[in-house]
Design a binder for this molecule. Sequence first.
Ligand SMILES: O=C(O)CCC(=O)C(=O)O
Ligand SMILES: [Fe+2]
Length: 321
Amino acid sequence: MGSHNSPLKLPVIDFSNPDLKPGTPNWDSLKAQVRQALEEYGCFEALFNKVQLELRKELLGEIEELFDLPLQTKLRNVSKKPYHGYLGQYPWLPLYESMGIDDANIPEKVENVANIFWPEGKQSFCNTIQSFSEQVAELDQIIRRMVLESLGVEKYLNEHMESTNYLLRVMKYEGPLTTDTKLGLTAHRDKSIVTILYQNEVEGLEVKTQDGEWINFTPSPDSFVVMIGDSLLLNPCNSTRSIDFAGWTNGRLHSPLHRVMMTGNKARYTAGLFSIPKAGYRIEAPEELVDEEHPLLFKPFDHVQFLRSTIPRPVRKSSLL
Ligand SMILES: O=C(O)CCC(=O)C(=O)O
Ligand SMILES: [Fe+2]
């Protein structure tokens, strides 16, 4: 792309209009912006003030308290699904720790997880996690609806929505206590359908453009980051790239490589709501999206099996998954 006078920035899309409804001019204008941003960057900054600032602040407070628990307690966050339980204590990723809450939009599921950490219960954690997840899930559904409409395959909308559930992953990256930049999270593509991130004020997220340049994301209390999932890792379908939303759209959308780089003293806290295909659901591009110009790129695949196949050997050996 050559030289830039101003630093690269993610596109910003404003979903704050309380009357946003399918079929309205505002909806159609946002739909065009979403499609363009996802084709070009696979990612954008979303403003969505339906999730009140107070709730966003409470969420960050609850996450901080969760990570302050003793390691032995945090290790009780286990899951049969890879990448859904406690992750951390990796020698090659010393700043990173994360935990997962499956079905975080469903009150009973959140309570079950809270009871693992606090056997006496913790209502503020349950209420905050569940309300935040439920409200951010609305944004996930708006975006997925806009994508399907813009591809002309909205007839699959119900099947598409019903075939997924939500995982809330919370992340902590310690400040490295240096002015050098240290790796917080290795560059990767997400394996979700859509990922929506919310974070505290500490910078660190970087998203790679298709031209190979890294965009440093500058967070604000109002910004969410939306990106779509794909993966370049080992793939049961034997193709060089796959999957999920980029897979489902048969390669029409781009899923971005991203990483976290840390500097300074402050810890970075993030919450990511991931919409993911239910276990056993086979992901297959709709026939409408396969034509001469877009031959079928991906064989149908099962998401959980795919996740298993992507676990790097050192992680598998560490028995944290
Ligand atoms: O912490 C972040 O902002 C990014 C986290 C991330 O990329 C992930 O969990 O997949
Ligand atoms: Fe990610």
